[in-house]
Design a protein around this ligand. Structure first.
Ligand SMILES: [Zn+2]
Length: 244
């Protein structure tokens, strides 16, 4: 029985290694995912900044157009002023001219502010573009590393799958059935090595009689608590050791 369990133990080791490698595969893209997130964030920021820039540029052109029209309006009004005869008309036009001047001063200030805003936005955008480029380069490098890690892990898994297939015909059907039944429930550990006198699967102490039976190694024994298949490695008898 012991050798049958040892064949199954080999299968369990292979399955645990495959599980371990698959967990590594799942964990491997952490860095790439983080950089992709960063890249998406910075691209969103750039979109927003570019929209703000376009708005400011459009607003500046509109204000410059208004200023040009109102400057012409002002010039015409000033020329008209020369030909005016009544005092009342003169005062009214003078008032209109003053109003245009005040409004144009507001427009000029607005244009100066917009020039500053546009310059600041252009600077920020240039910096962000540089940062985006760096992240992109980092991401490409990390992706290459990830690809080679995944290829390496896949290679190891393939090798283990082949080992597993070679191992299967050597396993007794009833043991394999029990293993498959318990595998998911016991987190992949169906065979528990016994560490005198405890089951290493659930840590309970085995009854002495069960333990003694187990040492003989000729029958299948399971843990009364966790139902795992119990395994005890063969014990070298002192007489054997002396003979060597
Ligand atoms: Zn147990």
């Amino acid at each position: 029985m012991r050798t049958h369990i040892e064949s199954l133990l080999k299968l369990q080791e292979i399955d645990l290694s495959i599980r371990d490698l698959n967990e590594k595969k799942t964990a491997a893209p952490v860095r790439v995912n983080l950089l992709t997130e960063k890249k998406n964030d910075i691209e969103q920021e750039l979109d927003a900044l570019n929209n703000n820039l376009q708005d400011a540029q459009r607003h500046k052109i509109d204000t410059e157009d208004e200023l040009a029209i109102e400057t012409e309006h002002l010039n015409k009004s000033q020329q008209k002023l020369m030909g005016i005869k009544t005092n009342r008309e003169y005062q009214a036009l003078q008032k209109e001219i003053e109003d245009i001047k005040v409004a144009n001063k507001v427009r000029e200030d607005e244009i100066l502010k917009l020039v500053e805003t546009i310059e600041n936005l252009q600077q920020t955008i240039a910096q962000k573009r540089l940062a985006a480029e760096q992240i992109e380069n980092e991401l490409n490098a990390e992706q290459k590393i990830l690809d080679s890690i995944l290829a390496e892990l896949d290679g190891q898994i393939q090798k283990l799958e082949a080992d597993r297939n070679n191992c299967l015909p050597n396993i007794r059907k009833d043991l394999l059935a029990r293993y498959n039944l318990l595998k998911d429930k016991r987190n992949g550990m169906v065979i528990a090595t016994v560490n005198n006198p405890a089951c290493t699967g659930c840590n309970i102490n085995l009854p002495p009689q069960l333990f003694n039976e187990l040492l003989k190694g000729n029958k299948l024994h399971t843990c009364p608590s966790c139902q795992r298949i119990l395994y005890h490695p063969p014990i070298e008898k002192p007489s054997d050791a002396e003979q060597k």
